[in-house]
Design a protein around this ligand. Sequence first.
Ligand SMILES: Cc1cc2nc3c(=O)[nH]c(=O)nc-3n(C[C@H](O)[C@H](O)[C@H](O)COP(=O)(O)OP(=O)(O)OC[C@H]3O[C@@H](n4cnc5c(N)ncnc54)[C@H](O)[C@@H]3O)c2cc1C
Length: 373
Amino acid sequence: MSALETPALIVGAGPVGLFQVFQLGLLGIPCHVVDALPHAGGQCAELYPGKPIYDIPGVPATTGRGLVESLVEQIKPFTTAGTAQLHWGQLVSTVARQDDGRFRVGTDTGLVFTTQTLIIAAGAGAFVPRKLRVDGLEALEGKQVFYPDSDDIVAYAEQRGIRLGGQNILIQGDDDRALGWALDLTRHLATAHADAATLRPASVTLLHRRDAFSAVPALVARIQQCRDDGRLRFIAGQITRADTDCAEVNSAGRLHAVQLAKQDGTEESLPVDVVLASLGVSPKLGPIADWGLDLLRKQIPVDTEKFQTLEPGIFAIGDINTYPGKKKLIVCGFHECVLAAFGVAEIVFPGKPQLLQYTTTSTRLHALLGVTH
Ligand SMILES: Cc1cc2nc3c(=O)[nH]c(=O)nc-3n(C[C@H](O)[C@H](O)[C@H](O)COP(=O)(O)OP(=O)(O)OC[C@H]3O[C@@H](n4cnc5c(N)ncnc54)[C@H](O)[C@@H]3O)c2cc1C
């Protein structure tokens, strides 16, 4: 695949990566942004979407979700114009400097960028799905074990050619997503007409370690209804073993059952063809540790003039960086974006002084933002 050329590439679309897009945009610098998540917002979106935030300047109260929506709205002039392009569900995995001084950056899905500058806004690392820790299941990931990043399980399965019809499906999880899948698939279970046969599972079982759920009460109530009328089986327990038709542990035979240790102290062998798990996400520093940036306790050291790392052209902003007095707060990350943008401009427009302009009065900035007065 040919590389996408860009002056600036941002790793991470948390609140700080998003505001970096805006600050680069004001300086007329196009960029690409890559995030491992399927959506914007980093910690705000994943860890506390509904919780309040009170320390964003000029915003007396918002929520994690509300802040992300505002930041996404704020960068719309650039995303709409195509000068900022966002790529979801991809882990930036490799970074190498080319002979011409630019960086060649690759993602785990095969996207390649050539960029003059790299801005790491990676927070505590890439948010990746938590996985089931059961011998034998790891080797089945992508074949019979899935960690879907979508609420629409039918579309997800169709896109990946996962057969649901006629299968014994085990859903593990207790959040909105897991319960939503269970409801969707249970609905297909009940559909009688022939067209629906391809979607009609043989059975749907919901598994969680206890009979209490983190999903919203409305979903829990609907699940309870399905349990009461016998359409959905719920088991409180955990998978202890995967039974495949291959005797060797961790080699990919075909999964036909899982052994369960149930909360009531009993055990059960449950026939299973497809496992769909929604166990939340956790941040993993992962590949960033291999980019030669002299990490200090998993943080990237930067200067406080431009928030540049020891590697010229690579900047680090937000929770991922460290410097004397560093505070892991969104407002501090926003400040870092401004100075990093000017640092990037020095590389992208060498020898061209960057004058500070006010969004209030600058007609050039008004044009960039698409606003008229
Ligand atoms: C419960 C809670 C409450 C909080 N409340 C407040 C508060 O009230 N006020 C406040 O100021 N701060 C608060 N914080 C802290 C705040 O959320 C963080 O400071 C902020 O999210 C940091 O933003 P960031 O953009 O640097 O990183 P993150 O939000 O962590 O985003 C980083 C993004 O980078 C992506 N990423 C990382 N590595 C890669 C890779 N290799 N490839 C692709 N993508 C990658 C991740 O998937 C992630 O989406 C709170 C935090 C928590 C957990």
